[in-house]
Write a protein that binds this ligand. Structure first.
Ligand code: SF4
Ligand code: SF4
Length: 436
């Protein structure tokens, strides 16, 4: 093969690019004026001031260069001027992998701070998707993707283990309340609520399932969990693989239809909410044809309607709230958790900046599954650590399982004197149960 010819994988990747181009994507590819304003918005750039690769526009330029070389007249006429180039070797693809997966959590903070409306995070996700299609990805991304395709959940939880864990939790609840109605139903048809979880809960943190089940029990809810299609997360958002994203979303859709539920309620998860509510139907090229909501909405409704009673004095320690990037920036979901937080805590302190300007927990974009980038991730976490420390809070609350892991890791690394909880934990703590 001539040295001027791209490698097979590089060639294949470039052939796939046109499938990803639409008006919004091309707009972001063309609109950047390289003003540099996004530099100040990125936690990687701010914590790696001597590394120009951390600037958001540099990351997006990796796709921009290919686009200009292959699909834009400026790249054909003045390639040297617009820096139009294409990857030629597999080593070039490895360098692109390091940038797309290892220097960006797709948090979209730069997107919100770009005067030209350039969606750098979307461009970075496209680069991830192209690389993934030709087999160039971190090992963790490969493993999680494989688990999702094979087992229908991103943590490789076997169906038997999932059922065993739910039954074990269910028996404990029945014993605790001495009431069969406290059991966790599985595959109950025509329930008002089908509750879908993050696999992290069944594998590492079953306490959150118990807390949710206790709240449903206290509210007298007609609810169920499903034995299949119960993973509300979606690794396709992180890997950039739209096919995986579509398949995962369809699992939830099938579960909803098969069980005949009235409403899908998903546990607290930023990328789960974004994927289930906004992105999944696009990947699956279909309509969002089932009603769904975050458990945050469900819990707040129970309190407002008097279905459950809470005593906020049980959560009197100082708490702050971390906005998940996907909840806040991509779903506009930031007042609802605060409203619930005010109902169940007595000393809530905002961290600054917050809401759409909040900094990433640094575990976003699947970063927790990419061990090779951990030192860089933890260095970039200094901003979040400083944000938390300045609040004086002892508890960092977040409505996202991914953020729980990202925050827990940085709290340990920067030796902060606080712990991470979710709203479901605080609501369960504040819950007043008759007879208890
Ligand atoms: S992405 Fe936006 S903020 Fe960043 S350099 Fe380009 S135009 Fe400026
Ligand atoms: S999406 Fe977030 S992590 Fe990625 S470049 Fe923009 S600000 Fe940085």
């Amino acid at each position: 093969m001539s040295s001027s010819m791209p490698s097979h994988k590089a060639q294949k990747m470039m052939e796939l690019l046109p499938q990803k181009l639409n008006r919004q994507v091309v707009g972001s590819l063309l609109a950047c004026v390289h003003c540099g304003m996004c530099h100040e918005s990125c936690h990687y750039a701010l914590t790696h001031p001597d590394d120009p690769r951390m600037t958001p526009s540099y990351k997006a330029d990796q796709l921009r260069k290919i686009f200009k070389a292959r699909h834009d007249w400026t790249g054909r006429v003045f390639p040297w001027w617009v820096k139009a180039t294409t990857p030629m070797t597999d080593e070039d693809l490895e360098k692109l992998k390091d940038i797309a997966f290892g220097t960006c959590t797709n948090c979209r903070r730069c997107t919100f701070n770009c005067p030209m409306g350039v969606d750098t995070a979307t461009l970075n996700r496209i680069m991830r998707g192209l690389l993934t299609r030709v087999g160039v990805m971190p090992e963790g991304v490969r493993v999680v993707s494989k688990d999702t395709w094979e087992l229908g959940n991103q943590m490789g939880v076997l169906k038997e283990d999932y059922i065993d864990t739910i039954e074990w939790l269910s028996e404990e609840l029945v014993d605790e309340f001495d009431d069969e109605r406290a059991a966790i139903p599985i595959d109950k048809e025509d329930a008002d609520i089908i509750y879908a979880i993050n696999p992290r809960e069944v594998k590492y943190d079953p306490r959150t399932i118990t807390n949710a089940a206790t709240i449903f029990y206290a509210a007298g809810a007609n609810w169920t969990m499903a034995s299949w299609g119960w993973d509300q997360t979606n690794f396709g958002l992180f890997s950039g693989d739209d096919e995986l994203g579509a398949a995962t979303w369809k699992h939830l859709q099938e579960t909803f239809k098969n069980l005949g539920g009235k409403r899908l309620v998903i546990s607290e998860c930023g990328h789960g909410l974004r994927s289930t509510r906004c992105e999944g139907p696009n990947w699956a090229k279909t309509d969002q044809d089932f009603i769904m909501e975050s458990a945050v909405i469900t819990m707040a409704r129970y309190i407002k309607e008097g279905k459950i009673k809470v005593d906020k004095n049980r959560n009197s320690q100082p708490v702050t709230f971390h906005d998940s990037c996907n909840n806040a920036r991509s779903c506009g979901f930031y007042e609802e958790p605060r409203e619930l937080l005010e109902m169940v805590t007595t000393d809530f302190r905002e961290m600054y900046p917050n809401r759409t300007e909040n900094y990433c927990c640094t575990g976003g974009g699947g970063a927790m599954s990419m061990a090779e980038y951990t030192p860089r991730r933890l260095k970039s976490a200094k901003i979040k650590a400083d944000q938390i420390r300045e609040t004086g809070a002892r508890v960092v609350v977040t409505s996202c399982h991914n953020c729980v892991d990202g925050l827990s890791d940085l709290i340990k690394h920067y030796k902060l004197d606080c712990e991470v909880k979710q709203l479901v934990d605080l609501v369960a703590e504040a819950l007043i149960l008759p007879g208890k």
